[in-house]
Ligand binder design. Structure first.
Ligand SMILES: Cc1ncc(C[n+]2csc(CCOP(=O)(O)OP(=O)(O)O)c2C)c(N)n1
Length: 576
């Protein structure tokens, strides 16, 4: 028995079962419906035990796809995503997906097979110390050494993945543990400890808010994770304090809500960044001061005091000195703050009015010249046409930033993006996971020609399971975001970003059995979107866009958010 046994609170005798069978029955008992995975030698007993179970296993075509799909499934449903792989190369292929979930606090249980315990540490065939390799990338990990421990470890794994600040965990199952028989079945029962509300800190927060002349709400992905979306909306509405959002929090406030200024940071809106720089109080809900959001840290919000609500004490004072920390459950904290602050109105009309005027004056424009497809306009039209059922699963690059800037979101689950890690290849498997989680939604993967190639094999998975994911492939024949940086910051030395020898993506998709068509003029956009959204099965719209188009505004690297570069075409009156 391992240390796990010390935490065991219940024990019951059963007919002997294998560790693999216990794994499957524990997953069933925990309500898992979908598992994304890929088999191999060291996990074959688990795959054997899957047959006839209540679990739906989705056979992806690359383990990275399994991890990304499980991640997006978790983001879409609020449940724990589950993926599995064999030892060695199967396990290492999960790693980018594990890191992705860690960076964005996504609850995920990753199950890997491993060589038998007596072979561990001998460089056996396909042996990797996956526990050691993933140590900095997971909330916690276990090697199970006794089949009787499987239920308790799996329950504990689910608990750790979703409790507190969620994140990925790893359970490594050596082959002898999978085939080993046991008649013990342990349950693991956790107390549901909730940190008490810190009323004194909330009272201090109220004092700072009342004293502030230019308060601003800065929201991060923690708002969604904490189920605090409604609480946040009520706070913003009832206090009238303007709001800015990180990439990961988009949708937590409706894009069209009064007082919402948009995303802050490197590709944030002018109104959001200027408000941050002018504010005298930042009320931060579940955000971590990521450098893409803050720009040059010591010039970020230079006049602002900070009230920081977060479930993770490690975030407090990590990057920015906090005047009032409120550690604990975000939803309860925001509700308590709302009660106090909304009881007496704040005198901030002039400030709030200035912020919204600025947003109106600097609103994005879609009247770019020319006949070619203008990606920002296409994405804006796409989200408006799809309406409240719209879900975007993004890849990484210019297209990702355009989605963040130009799509309208009414809920945070509608925007799935690799925020912290920025992993190309996320979009297609994430779209797969999200569409499986929400079959009725208009789930659209928005990808670039570079990113799409990183997990293009998952087209086969869409086809196999008839997942009606829609794909918008914005093809600029280059690694656009890198090309943009080379143009602006490396004296136009375009080093290794040319993808003009891309394959014929329509033909490729069709070869996978996916409906596909191409557009290259803006007068084809409306019909293209209609065709894409109406397609009964998976469908790809290949969109040729201008290889020279850039993302604006842009805070140059190392600069403060007050030093944005913008689209000079509008200054010169060149726009139609
Ligand atoms: C796995 C991975 N490798 C490299 C990068 C660095 N990177 C960021 S954006 C980008 C270009 C993306 O090109 P594409 O997918 O075509 O999108 P575009 O910027 O053209 O819209 C690269 C290479 C990354 N984010 N992820």
């Amino acid at each position: 028995m391992t240390a796990v046994a010390t935490a065991i609170s219940a024990k019951a005798a059963h007919p002997p079962q294998s560790g693999a069978r216990l794994l499957v029955s524990t997953l069933e008992r925990l309500g898992v419906e979908v598992v994304f995975g890929y088999p191999g030698g060291a996990i074959m007993p688990v795959y054997d035990a899957l047959t006839g179970s209540g679990l739906k296993h989705i056979l992806v075509r690359h383990e990275q796809g399994a991890a990304f799909a499980a991640d997006a499934y978790a983001r879409s449903t609020g449940k724990v995503g589950v993926c599995m792989a064999t030892s060695g190369p199967g396990a290492t292929n999960l790693i980018t997906g594990i890191a992705n979930a860690m960076m964005d606090s996504v609850p995920m249980v990753c199950i890997t097979g491993n060589v038998a315990t007596h072979l561990m540490g001998t460089d056996a065939f396909q042996e990797i110390d996956i526990l050691g390799v993933t140590l900095p990338l997971v909330k916690h990990s276990w090697v199970v050494r006794d089949p009787a421990d499987v239920p308790a470890v799996i329950e504990e794994a689910f608990h750790v993945a979703r409790s507190g600040r969620p994140g990925p965990v790893l359970v490594d199952l050596p082959k002898d543990v999978q085939v080993g028989m046991t008649s013990d079945d342990f349950g693991f029962h956790y107390p549901n400890a909730v940190a008490p509300l810190d009323h004194a800190a909330i009272a201090e927060a109220e004092t700072l808010i009342r004293a502030a002349e230019r308060p601003l709400i800065y929201i991060g992905g923690g708002v969604k994770i904490a189920g605090a979306v409604e609480a946040l909306r009520a706070f913003a509405e009832r206090t009238g304090i303007p709001t800015v959002s990180t990439l990961n929090a988009l949708g937590s406030i409706r894009t069209d809500a009064p007082g919402f200024l948009g995303m802050l940071g490197m590709h944030g809106t002018r109104a959001a960044n200027e408000a941050v720089q002018e504010s005298d109080l930042l009320i931060v809900f579940g955000a971590r001061f990521d450098d893409r959001a803050t720009g040059k840290l010591n010039e970020f919000a230079p006049h602002a005091k900070v009230v920081h609500f977060d479930i993770d004490p490690a975030e407090i004072n990590k990057l920015r000195a906090v005047h009032v920390p409120v550690v604990g459950d975000l939803k309860a904290g925001i509700e308590a703050l709302t009660q106090r602050v909304a009881a007496r109105p704040l005198a901030i009309e002039a400030w709030a009015g200035r912020c919204t005027d600025n947003a109106r004056r600097n609103a994005f424009r879609y009247d770019a010249p020319g006949e070619g497809v203008y990606a920002p306009a296409l994405l804006n039209e796409l989200s408006r046409t799809a309406g409240d059922g719209f879900v975007a699963a993004c890849d990484v690059g210019q297209h990702q930033m355009w989605v963040a800037q130009h799509c309208e979101f009414s809920r945070p689950e509608a925007h799935l993006t690799s925020g912290g890690l920025g992993a190309m290849g996320y979009g297609l498997p994430a779209g797969l996971g999200a569409k499986m989680a929400s079959p009725a939604a208009h789930v659209v993967t928005v990808s670039g020609d570079g990113s799409f190639m990183m997990n293009i094999q998952e087209l086969a998975t869409l086809r196999r399971y008839g997942v009606a994911l829609k794909i918008v492939l914005l093809d600029n024949s280059s690694l656009g975001l890198v090309r943009q940086w080379q143009e602006l910051f490396f004296a136009e030395n375009y080093s290794e970003v040319d993808l003009s020898d891309n394959p014929d993506f329509v033909a490729v998709a069709q070869a996978f059995g996916i409906e596909a068509f191409r557009i290259d003029r803006r007068d084809q956009v409306t019909d293209g979107i209609a065709r894409l959204l109406a397609a009964p099965g998976p469908c790809l719209m290949h969109v040729l866009i201008d290889p020279k188009e850039n993302v604006w505004p842009l805070v140059p690297p190392g600069k403060s958010n007050g030093e944005m570069m913008h689209d000079t075409r509008f200054d010169e009156g060149d726009m139609a």
